[in-house]
Design a protein around this ligand. Sequence first.
Ligand SMILES: Nc1ncnc2c1ncn2[C@@H]1O[C@H](COP(=O)(O)OP(=O)(O)OP(=O)(O)O)[C@@H](O)[C@H]1O
Ligand SMILES: [Mg+2]
Length: 476
Amino acid sequence: MATPRRALPGPFSGLSVKLIATIVVVILAVEVVIYLPSAASYRLNWLDDRLRVGIVAARVLDAVPDAMDLPRVLTDRLLTSAGAQAIVYRREGQSQLIDFEDAQPLTDVVTVDLRQRDIATMVLGTLDTLFMGGDRTLRIVGTEDAQPERIVEVIMPETPMRADLLIYSRNLFVLSIILAVITSVVLYFIVSRILIAPIRRLTFNMMGYREAPENASLIVAPSRRRDEIGIMERELAAMESNIFSMLRQRRHLADLGLAVAKINHDLRNTLTSAQLLSDQVATLDDPKVQRLAPRLVNSIDKAIGFAQSVLDYGRQSATPPRPAPVRLQAMIQESALEAGLAGHPGIRWVNAVPDSAEIEADPDQLGRIFVNLLKNAREALEAKLAELEDPMVETRFAREADRVTLTVSDNGPGLPPRARDNLFVAFEGSARAGGTGLGLAIARELVEAHGGHLSHVDQPQGTRFDVVLPTSLRTA
Ligand SMILES: Nc1ncnc2c1ncn2[C@@H]1O[C@H](COP(=O)(O)OP(=O)(O)OP(=O)(O)O)[C@@H](O)[C@H]1O
Ligand SMILES: [Mg+2]
């Protein structure tokens, strides 16, 4: 395989890296969304646990008429097991409190009411603990499920809860990272196999094939996949085969064209010798020869003309225009002479191009355009000379901004339908005996090589062609 000229994308711009990055970002984003509710639920459980100890303490208090009667050891143990500084129990308008003997005064109290358990309150509470929490005092308020009118409060420092919440968050974060890495590695291998590897194969193939499109062994071999990639492979293979056969056909045509040009060249030379001979034969006095000679001369002239125009057609497409200042009136006049129009006994010739008109163009090619157009007009008029009142060919000139329009018109019979259908198509456009059908094709090609446009303009009578050319020729 040929080495591709353009390299594949670098390590950080390839599809695989984009894929991994996307997977990791998506997983982390999902984790963030999941994190807050799960942290809130963790905090709720933590608080519920502490409240439950408070409820146990409340039941004990319920059993004795006065909290003061409880042994100090028991109350202290109750408080320690809940991690609490104090427990308050309210029922039917009276409240009871147990706390340590040497209880510290409470500072900076935050109340968490576990009777409000909706997700928004919980999430806000979690955020508050994480970002505002620290050395505050927590007041957990709740009720016993069976007796909602009895309220229990557990008073404790916030620090242990915040520490547990931070550990929980850290674990969750580490877990998310591990999960993201594992998922992206697994996904990467799967996607690599089914997507990226085939795309890389196609990319390599395209780059290699572009370097050597005439090498059929580089045409991609499609797999049997039935998905979009399979379709892409088959389409690419079809496209490459088409390009391959088109290129081969074009090369064959070019070879053939070259051979035809060589044969044609020799043919023209041979015909030219025959023309010399026939000219001499025509001078003989023999009446039979005198009768046949003009036809012979005519046929040979036609054959030479044909050979010459085919040669011209082959040659002209090869040379780009070489710009020079061209005085249009003189150029048109010369073309009319060459086309056998200027000085024609039966046709009036009008050159209405002003003397001052001048553009930048290739003088030879411009001449060839107008010789063809004017010759066509002359030939069309000559064929109908007897029927026409005042046979006339005219060339007019108009200038707009950066372009000029040269109009060649005649008052002849107009384009025959057969010519109209294939106008400007080489070898096809002729509707005249002995015509090659190259004149207009050549003319259009030359006009377009100048960045201009040649068009046939419909007329009620006669024929009109407009040659639009830029005033200065920009060559690439
Ligand atoms: N001014 C015109 N009036 C009437 N018919 C025209 C005129 N110009 C061209 N045509 C028609 O268009 C056809 C194509 O012209 P084109 O110059 O391409 O080929 P051709 O004159 O037949 O052959 P070639 O110019 O190669 O010797 C002509 O055969 C003719 O029938
Ligand atoms: Mg012609």
